[in-house]
Design a protein around this ligand. Sequence first.
Ligand SMILES: *[C@@H]1O[C@H](CO)[C@@H](O)[C@H](O)[C@H]1NC(C)=O
Ligand SMILES: *[C@@H]1O[C@H](CO)[C@@H](O)[C@H](O)[C@H]1NC(C)=O
Ligand SMILES: *[C@@H]1O[C@H](CO)[C@@H](O)[C@H](O)[C@H]1NC(C)=O
Ligand SMILES: *[C@@H]1O[C@H](CO)[C@@H](O)[C@H](O)[C@H]1NC(C)=O
Ligand SMILES: *[C@@H]1O[C@H](CO)[C@@H](O)[C@H](O)[C@H]1NC(C)=O
Ligand SMILES: *[C@@H]1O[C@H](CO)[C@@H](O)[C@H](O)[C@H]1NC(C)=O
Ligand SMILES: *[C@@H]1O[C@H](CO)[C@@H](O)[C@H](O)[C@H]1NC(C)=O
Length: 301
Amino acid sequence: MLSLLLLPLMLALRATAQMEVEVPSLPQVALHGRDAVLNCSFSHVSPFNLSHLSVFWQLTDTKRSVHSYWGGRDQLTDQADRFANRTRLFPDRLALGNASLLLKEVVVADEGSYTCFVRVQDYGSAALLLQVAAPYSKPVVTLEPESNLRPGDEVALTCTAYGGFPEAGVVWQDGAGRNLTENITTSVVANEEGLFTMTSVLTVELEPNSTYSCLLINPLLGEEGNAFVTITGQNITFPPVALWVTVGLAVCLLLLLVALAAVCRRKIKESCEEARREAEEAKELEKDDSKTERPTNVWRL
Ligand SMILES: *[C@@H]1O[C@H](CO)[C@@H](O)[C@H](O)[C@H]1NC(C)=O
Ligand SMILES: *[C@@H]1O[C@H](CO)[C@@H](O)[C@H](O)[C@H]1NC(C)=O
Ligand SMILES: *[C@@H]1O[C@H](CO)[C@@H](O)[C@H](O)[C@H]1NC(C)=O
Ligand SMILES: *[C@@H]1O[C@H](CO)[C@@H](O)[C@H](O)[C@H]1NC(C)=O
Ligand SMILES: *[C@@H]1O[C@H](CO)[C@@H](O)[C@H](O)[C@H]1NC(C)=O
Ligand SMILES: *[C@@H]1O[C@H](CO)[C@@H](O)[C@H](O)[C@H]1NC(C)=O
Ligand SMILES: *[C@@H]1O[C@H](CO)[C@@H](O)[C@H](O)[C@H]1NC(C)=O
């Protein structure tokens, strides 16, 4: 709050005494999850007493405090909550005119304009733009439907990549590198961290021997990766060789089993008849000497 009160005062001073404050003029790109240093340097003619230095880092749009320093130490009571424990200056560099801010573990929400105010006796400020980038996962292309494809069928090729920022451009190409622009639907969904999942669907009529590739272009990180599918004529019209081999083996196995079963059946039949014959013989023997023990050797015949 104090900084809010001090600012108009400082702005009033600006007309009379101007200090040169420098920040990068190009937007600064920080990687999601990494630490970033927001550069800010100021010119000072002669050595100064640190307790006469004030540094205010603020969000340019809302004037919320990101980090404040005066009276020779950090003043963080009015710091916006989301920057708590995530910021620091470089105290040993302050005297050298370096008021840069370390911002830890950058998140998508940190994107925006930051103003660096510096005052010793003179006063000056400058704003820099922070952009957040996150690389996408390697894209994956899937085919729908997956099987029983025939030339002329309409198929949907889906290219998916996740965890990136900002929104990426998706370019579909055929095998000859031609840009496919028709029948593409691209959608973007953000997760709770603000990172995107990109899904691009290309609908094509199948031709034998066609290749389709999906290329992802992150506006901040450039070309990120691609994925492609090749649909060969074999895939479409015939089952692949491996399938024929499998089918052939299966048929052989089946024939073998049938043959085996026939042999077994005959064997079983034979042994059944034998058993019956033996049983009859045994009965006859029993008839002969009914109360006596059955001779075991009969079973051994
Ligand atoms: C910050 O300043 C240092 C020293 O001048 C320089 O090496 C570095 O590239 C700067 N970083 C950015 C993001 O401008
Ligand atoms: C300020 O100091 C920090 C820490 O040494 C360094 O990373 C940064 O590049 C410096 N910035 C400038 C503008 O010199
Ligand atoms: C810096 O200023 C403070 C208060 O104005 C004073 O107490 C201190 O002695 C000064 N330090 C130096 C090194 O001049
Ligand atoms: C910041 O650090 C202090 C002390 O380590 C801790 O008590 C506090 O909860 C932390 N705040 C946040 C927002 O992480
Ligand atoms: C592909 O076509 C789109 C739309 O026509 C165009 O914006 C893009 O620059 C083209 N990309 C390439 C690599 O030719
Ligand atoms: C786009 O899709 C429509 C209907 O799904 C189809 O008639 C047309 O041929 C497709 N265009 C291309 C270039 O594949
Ligand atoms: C498909 O490609 C293979 C090898 O690349 C080739 O031998 C075959 O002739 C092609 N078939 C068609 C229909 O283009």
